[in-house]
Design a protein around this ligand. Sequence first.
Ligand code: HH2
Length: 261
Amino acid sequence: MGVVNLTPDSFSDGGTISSPQEGLAHARRLIEEGADLLDLGGESTRPGAEAVSAEIEIERVMPVLEGLVADGTPLSIDTSKPEVARVALAAGAEAVNDVTSGSHREMFPVVADAGAGLILMHMHGNPRTMQTEPRYADVVAEIKTFLAERAAAAQRQGVTPDRIALDPGIGFGKTLEHNLTLIRDLREFRILGFPVVLGASRKKFLGLITGVDDPAQRDLASAVIAALGVERGADILRVHNVAACREALAVAIAIVRESGG
Ligand code: HH2
């Protein structure tokens, strides 16, 4: 899953795309590099980010989304707003990536009505507060319980289980230690019976480990995490540099297959 941030303030690449034409060109490049689907977002979720209105999100995302639907590219819309999801799904997006796991009560019915896919992610608090001393008694168990509960809630509202994927939410209210534990124990999340999404690309914990400050320079570390994630059972990798990840994944997948994984 290639990341297309149509925002001025994303942590990883904020402001690098300043027109729909540039957004479309970037998105098409990710497909050429081997992305199977693209995740389009019009609102940053980076720590401290301010929320934007549904109108602004729609304005940022739709011109690029429409161009990509015309290309036949599979898309998810990265939003927690049902209004944005509804418009994107009606225009041809196939899934909603909701980092708040349906915090808005209309989100699950919107996804169910469209027969769309749904990514449920764990976040501790909200982007403004999530990095203030996040604490867990058992980070893996707590996040598993949360995701299982949200998947059950989505199904109660009509989302079919074959359309749901789960994401532990690397960096969303987690310390370095929490992130490392979640990636090490990623297999635990597969026990819940849904595909597992891993979004570690360019995140701050990689900077803490490597000393690389600029998120855009963290692609080597991101490719390593993608390979380790696949080896630990990740089904979908949300990444910024698709070409680098593809290369790392080719090696990881060859080894996993060789060992019967
Ligand atoms: N991470 C980000 C955004 N959306 N969705 C899922 N399911 N999993 C993630 O780990 C995830 C996500 C943050 O990355 P990015 O989109 O590059 O930054 P920003 O939110 O600042 O636009």
